[in-house]
Design a protein around this ligand. Structure first.
Ligand SMILES: [Zn+2]
Length: 190
């Protein structure tokens, strides 16, 4: 089931999420499936539970190539529960981000180049993953949502509206094929 995505200013987006404690809960599995479905339906590459109004430490990574990120890695949608950053690069990289909860805005945001993360997977197995570059950025963006933050809190070096981003950064006018149906503009990372 596709769920509505909350927009910036909604108090539920701005409070830290609670850890998942009951991995056997049928409602948890339904929530994860809904998050994946909602993320894909909105042309996102990631989504976090607080974005649909659920205060749980659950994020979805769903990177795949798109018109905007032709080199984005293709991965099966992956649920990441109760993530903890074990290690991260010292260096920062700047790239453009958008957010399904921040309509019509793109920001040039600094992120760690790589992160190593422990978490629980969809069926409650402990995992450790190392993500770098684009996936590390998507993870850090979604992880911020679990902390109650959107990318605007990361002090973007520049902010552009969607049309300016298309024109100035991508060097092309907004293409009809790049505009999804539903609420908001297409957004990277989520
Ligand atoms: Zn977001």
């Amino acid at each position: 089931m596709v769920r509505p995505i909350l927009q910036v200013g909604d108090p539920q987006l701005h409070r830290p999420a609670e850890p998942v404690t009951d991995f056997e809960d049928a409602a948890l599995q339904a929530l994860i499936e809904d998050l994946i479905e909602t993320c894909l339906a909105a042309n996102g590459v990631g989504l976090a539970a607080p974005q649909v109004g659920v205060s749980r430490q659950i994020l979805i990574l769903a990177s795949r190539p798109s018109l905007r990120y032709p080199s984005a890695p293709l991965m099966p949608p992956t649920a990441v529960l109760n993530p903890r950053i074990l290690a991260q690069s010292a260096d920062l990289v700047w790239d453009w981000e958008g957010c399904l909860s921040v309509p019509n805005q793109r920001g040039l945001v600094p992120r760690r180049r790589w992160v190593t993360v422990s978490y629980w997977d969809q069926i409650g197995r402990p995992q450790v993953s190392h993500w770098q570059d684009f996936l590390a950025r998507v993870f850090q963006h979604e992880y911020d949502h679990l902390l109650g933050q959107v990318f605007l809190a990361r002090h973007p070096e520049r902010l552009l509206d969607e049309a300016s981003y298309q024109r100035e950064v991508l060097g092309q006018p907004l293409s009809p094929t790049a505009v999804p149906t539903g609420n908001g503009t297409p957004a990277i990372p989520d």
